[in-house]
Every structure is written in C-alpha cells, then in structure tokens.
Design a protein around this ligand. Structure first.
Ligand code: THU
Length: 142
C-alpha cells in the first residue's frame, strides 16, 4: 500500500533539479547572489522560482516566494516539499519562512542545495520556523 506521506523519489529529484536550474534565471545584478527554489504540490506538479531584484532594492523578491506564489496562483494551497539552491547552501530568509508557514505543514521536507546541486541539508519546516504564527491563530483554515 502506498504511504500517503511518502513522496516519490523521482519527484523529489525533479524538485531539486528545478531549484538548481531556476537559480540560473535569477535576476540579481545588485547582490550577485543567485537563488533558485522549487515547490512540489499534491498533484505532482512542480513550480520554480528565482530571486528577482530591483533598482529600488526593497521591491525585489526572493526565489522561494516566487515559487510559492506561482503555485498558489495556479490554484494550489498545499506544498508537500520545497527545495532551495544557492552557491553556498544558504538558508531561507525570515520573510520566506513566514510565507511558507501559510502553505506548508510542520513536517513538510525542505531541501537545501549548493551551487552544484548537492544536498547540503534536509530538514522539516518546523525546524526552520518553530513556535510560528499561522492561520490557526486567526481561527481560519488555509
Ligand atoms: N534571497 C532569496 O532569494 N532567498 C532567500 O531566502 C534569501 C535571500 C535573495 C534576495 C536577494 O535577491 C539576494 O538573495 C540577496 O539577499
């Protein structure tokens, strides 16, 4: 019997590949720090994102949020795995963690990759953002 909480290895591999590929499309002329991200949703689709900077610095956006927002715009509300790729295996920023909180569960796997696509770290979402504020605090189910 298929375990509902076990994710197909091939999907996870495709997720990691897309995160790495998406970093190549990063628009990061100011920081020169390219980030790629990808999210896997329940029906098996995968959405990629890259950071997109702006001459007015705060108007830029992180790779993770681009990927999450693309999935949400396509009608998805539950992300079952997320991968992020940077040259040095950097960790998601605080703002992205809070956006993840809306669409990931505490035990959703997060994969941190380096610039050559190697897995640097794997964790569950609650390791990134423990004791978090979320929809339940407003008594709303996402
Ligand atoms: N960045 C991301 O895309 N994701 C993160 O989680 C950390 C930071 C981007 C934002 C900015 O374009 C560049 O990396 C340097 O901060």
């Amino acid at each position: 019997m298929v375990q509902p909480n076990v994710i197909d290895e091939r999907k996870l591999n495709a997720l990691k590949v897309l995160a790495s590929q998406s970093a190549q499309n990063a628009y990061a002329p100011y920081s020169r720090y390219k980030v790629g991200a990808a999210v896997l949703v329940e029906d098996g689709r995968i959405y990629g994102g890259c950071n997109i900077e702006n001459a007015a610095y705060p108007s830029g956006i992180c790779a993770e949020r681009v990927a999450i927002f693309k999935a949400v715009e396509a009608g998805h509300r539950k992300i079952i795995a997320l991968a992020v790729s940077t040259a040095n295996g950097g960790s998601p920023c605080g703002a992205c963690r809070q956006v993840m909180r809306e669409f990931l569960d505490d035990d959703t796997p997060i994969f941190i990759l380096n610039g050559v696509g190697e897995l640097v770290e794997e964790m569950k979402f609650s390791d990134l953002l423990p004791r978090s504020f979320g929809p339940e605090d407003l008594q709303i189910s996402a």
